[in-house]
Design a protein around this ligand. Structure first.
Ligand code: ADP
Ligand code: MG
Length: 502
């Protein structure tokens, strides 16, 4: 199964009056994993879309051996029908038919089983897609592309939603496919993945391909140097300084004490099951865990958005009252600043402008439109929101730039309001590029230096290690381990799976 060679030469893509790609040139060859890197908004997703013919290309050429049917794309946001079973989704659009043109599910199942056997990608074919875990959904998307007969797969930030173990598995699979001759391109922000798995790398910056070359075997023996070279190309200059948590006073007092939180969901499952933890003043505590183990509910409970939660949240010695009214909610917000992992549901108005989003919720706290405009400009600059246009609709920004708006707003605001005691952040840099992640980390460290207690939930263990004084592992709604940030991935990973010996 040799994949096609794809040659994309000097293409330009424009949406309305906005250039998504000014000039991109890339050749994808079969047999290697080709990593595509670049800041948020650099044009990576657009490049993949242009390759499969989904983007309004205004110049340049796209040539694919064997025609466009030979390639398939796994999108950043999955395209599965949630009411269908995995098997139904797998064959959707390519259903094998029996007599009278009827869908032959038995045949589909045999073919699907054979494909899973061959690739090692496993999903429960009878489960409804809505019941599948993120990693399974992704495997299903890849199987779908292969089922169609594609020999080239383009994946847009596939590991952004995966746990470290799942990411590892994904690259093992992609490696096997590449060795079998498939053509594979992966967009990612995670440098460790590139260094370990990619055979070729292309970097986009502000709509242009600025570097495209193979990675030599000997370069992998000096990963720090390789990372430095790639980071410079991504940012177009000096890489950002490494963050580390600020010094913590020996006698720092406990600022936050969460005691025995219990939350039962509609199906009777205890999504928080006796969760307790403490955070001191000036301390940054990281929460590691496989998605779906209660981290999202913990953040929502802290924000006062889970009225059914039992247990107590004590801040500076005073127990916070339950949130039962909008006035309660306002009080809770004054005490705790929260960034939710789902920026669309909780933090971002897609139809409002970037500027309005950057000061959302601060009505009455800013004196006059002049001060407001200045504040918006400052936040755009500080967090590198791109493009730097306050009037642009927030929904038009790339995902990473939307994240900068939400996190930047919360952190910038909290630094100016001394009465707040706690910051809780859910996945603060998910899908965010190195430069922006560094800015966000710097702001988190600064908040801790000012004496705030900080709780960070993240799927990125490297991030937790660089930021936290302590790492707590959450499993099935409770904290199962407390580890120093120097702990290896392996040990943290075992604790995340609930293994006792971690
Ligand atoms: N449908 C669209 N309409 C308008 N602008 C878009 C659209 N899609 C992407 N863009 C713009 O094109 C640029 C590149 O976006 P994208 O390819 O998503 O970046 P990346 O994937 O590298 O983060 C961004 O500035 C983004 O705002
Ligand atoms: Mg993208």
């Amino acid at each position: 199964m040799r994949g096609p060679v794809m040659k994309i030469e000097d293409i330009a893509v424009r949406y309305g009056d906005c250039w998504s790609i000014r000039s991109a040139t890339i050749t994808l060859e079969p047999g290697v994993i080709h990593a595509i890197l670049g800041e948020n908004g650099a044009g990576k997703s657009t490049l993949l879309k242009a390759a499969v013919g989904f983007a309004p290309r205004v110049a340049g050429t796209v040539r694919i051996e064997g025609g466009a049917g030979a390639i398939g794309m796994v999108h950043q946001h999955f395209m599965l029908v949630s009411a269908f079973t995995a098997l139904e989704n797998l064959v959707l659009g390519n259903e094998p038919t029996g007599s009278f043109g009827r869908l032959d599910l038995a045949k589909a199942r045999r073919e699907a089983e054979a494909l899973m056997e061959k690739t090692g990608l496993r999903v429960n074919l009878d489960a409804r897609t809505s019941e599948l875990a993120v990693g399974e959904r992704q495997r299903l998307e890849i199987l779908r592309v292969l089922y169609r007969g594609a020999r080239a797969i383009l994946l847009d930030e596939p590991t952004a939603v995966l746990s470290p173990l799942e990411a590892e598995e994904l690259y093992t699979t992609l490696g096997v496919l590449a060795e079998g001759g498939a053509t594979i391109a992966v967009v990612t922000h995670r440098m460790d993945e590139v260094i370990r798995f990619a055979g070729h790398v292309t970097i986009m910056r502000r709509g242009r391909t600025v570097l495209s070359r193979p990675i030599a075997a000997e370069e992998r023996s000096d990963p720090k140097r390789l990372e430095d070279v790639l980071t410079r190309a991504i940012m177009g200059g000096e890489p950002p300084p490494e963050t580390s948590p600020p010094a913590l006073a020996q006698d720092a007092k406990v600022a936050l004490s969460i005691e025995d939180l219990v939350l039962v969901d509609a199906g009777g499952k205890r999504v928080l099951d006796g969760l307790s933890l403490t955070v001191k003043k000036g301390e940054i505590v990281g929460i590691a865990g496989i998605e779906g183990n209660g981290q999202r509910e913990l953040v929502r409970a802290a924000a006062g958005l889970e009225p059914g939660v039992a247990g107590s949240i004590v801040l500076d010695g005073a127990r916070l009252p339950a949130v039962r009214s909008t006035e309660d909610l306002r009080k809770r917000r004054r005490a705790i600043a929260v960034v939710h992992e789902d920026r669309h549901a909780d933090g971002l108005m897609l139809d409002a402008s970037v500027g309005d989003n950057l000061v959302l919720g601060e009505l009455g706290e800013i004196d006059g439109p002049g001060a407001e405009a200045a504040l918006i400009t400052r936040r755009i600059e500080r967090f590198g929101v791109y493009p730097p246009e306050p009037a642009r609709r927030a929904g038009e920004l790339s995902g990473g730039n939307q994240q900068k708006v939400v996190v930047g707003r919360a952190l910038d605001r909290i630094e100016a309001s001394p009465e707040r005691a706690l910051v809780v952040l859910g996945q603060p840099t998910r899908g965010v590029d190195v430069g922006a992640a560094s800015t966000i980390h710097g702001a988190i460290v600064k908040a801790a230096e000012k004496g705030l207690a900080v709780l960070v939930v993240s799927a990125d263990l490297g991030e937790l290690r660089r930021l936290s004084h302590r790492i707590l592992v959450i499993h099935r709604g409770r904290i199962v381990a407390e580890l120093p940030p120097t702990t290896s991935d392996d040990v943290i990973g075992r604790a995340m799976l609930g293994m006792e010996d971690a």
